[in-house]
Design a protein around this ligand. Structure first.
Ligand code: C5P
Length: 229
């Protein structure tokens, strides 16, 4: 089953403190953004990539696409102040009626098997998102004081990719926009419509590169993969 992917890449990455878009930082001598793009470039089920970018970075990214021979980027709309607005900017230039996947450009270690499991689930159920089981004991804290220990077995840490029927995601995004609702992921917007969303178990390597420590973790993952393990 074929799909299109939206990659929001228009963030500022302040928590990285790199003084530039963290997606341009390199892991194994290649920008993080290119690592993520290559996953979809190589996946035969991926039809087209929609990449939300900052206007000031557009021409640099264009040159990087040429340098690394990334050919599937269909459109590069200008992203917004919030991630949700960057995703919406992509949806507005798309006209497909199939399955669409949303994936943070800052998660370069996503595996094809997870992507394909999400596509299968979303085509069956309408909405499916990647997640992993919470590993630590979870507590609700208020003003530094424990309020309660939350039952862990039903808690999942949610990642991207998140896969949806295209019309469902578009309806959810437009409705959130009309009502001024800002979510932290696409699933929240779909949940607001009282639609069911399913989780597909991903893995702990699918980290979002956020702080400097994540770069060390990222290099380790790439080294291990380069060794064929
Ligand atoms: O900042 P954070 O890492 O949580 O952002 C997740 C993804 O969303 C990143 O790939 C980032 O470039 C993108 N983003 C965006 N537009 C924004 C904020 C973040 O495209 N306004």
């Amino acid at each position: 089953m074929q799909y299109d992917v939206i990659l929001p890449a228009a963030g500022s990455g302040k928590r990285m403190g790199a003084g530039k878009n963290k997606l341009f930082l390199e892991l194994a001598n290649k920008p993080i953004l290119i690592h993520t793009l290559e996953v979809f470039e190589k996946d035969e089920a991926c039809r087209a990539i929609f990449l939300a970018v900052k206007s000031s970075e557009r021409s640099f990214i264009q040159s990087q696409l040429q340098k690394y021979n990334i050919t599937k980027v269909n459109e590069m709309p200008i992203g917004g102040d919030e991630r949700q607005h960057s995703v919406l900017a992509c949806l507005k230039v798309m006209d497909t009626g199939d399955i669409v996947l949303v994936h943070d450009a800052a998660r370069p270690f996503i595996e094809q098997s997870t992507i394909h499991a999400l596509i299968r689930k979303a085509s069956e159920k309408g909405a499916a998102i990647a997640g992993v089981r919470a590993k630590d004991t979870m507590k609700r804290v208020s003003n530094g004081r424990i309020e309660e220990t939350v039952e862990r077995s039903s808690l999942w840490m949610i990642q991207t990719p998140q896969a949806f029927d295209f019309e469902l995601l578009k309806e959810a995004e437009l409705s959130a926009e009309a009502e001024g609702f800002l979510g932290t992921d696409e699933s929240m917007l779909v949940e607001r419509l009282d639609k069911e969303v399913y989780v597909v178990e991903s893995n702990y390597e699918n980290v979002k590169i956020t702080t400097k420590e994540d770069l060390i973790f990222g290099e380790a993952i790439l080294n291990r993969r380069a060794g064929g393990k």
